[in-house]
Design a protein around this ligand. Sequence first.
Ligand code: SF4
Ligand code: SF4
Length: 158
Amino acid sequence: MSYFSDIYHGIKTLFKGMSVTGGYFIRARKGSITQQYPDNRDTLKMFDRFRGEVVMPHDENNEHHCTGCQKCEIACPNGTIEIVWDRQVDPATGKKKKMIDKHIYHLSMCTMCGLCIEACPTDAIVWAQNYENSVYDRSALTKVLNQPGSKVKAGIED
Ligand code: SF4
Ligand code: SF4
């Protein structure tokens, strides 16, 4: 009895697997296909949820939203983020205020968990979708996310 039962389950599993493959085959025209990388490197766009690396957007005035609050640094489970900060005079108020010097991000250590982005109260850091992160020199994977000469946008408070 077990012999026929095994045959039945074998055939059932075979058809189940073929139905999955067939589904992908039919949907291939809608974009569900293997990418021809690197031939399509110039046109390849990653899907919206892809996590390439953590970046800090800057506007046309070289301003960002990072207040240096260190919540991302604290949230990161493996020390990928280091915030170097200082107290400087805020030109708007004339009072000393905590300001970011360097937002250091070690891409080689990042597990793409997203806890830092969730913890940030000002949405200063986001996911980028670049996927070509191979380098010959490992030090190139340590990045300073705030651009040279940049500053926090006026009115951004954590
Ligand atoms: S994504 Fe996760 S591992 Fe990477 S820097 Fe953020 S908290 Fe750390
Ligand atoms: S990126 Fe966000 S959480 Fe991290 S220091 Fe800047 S403001 Fe704070």
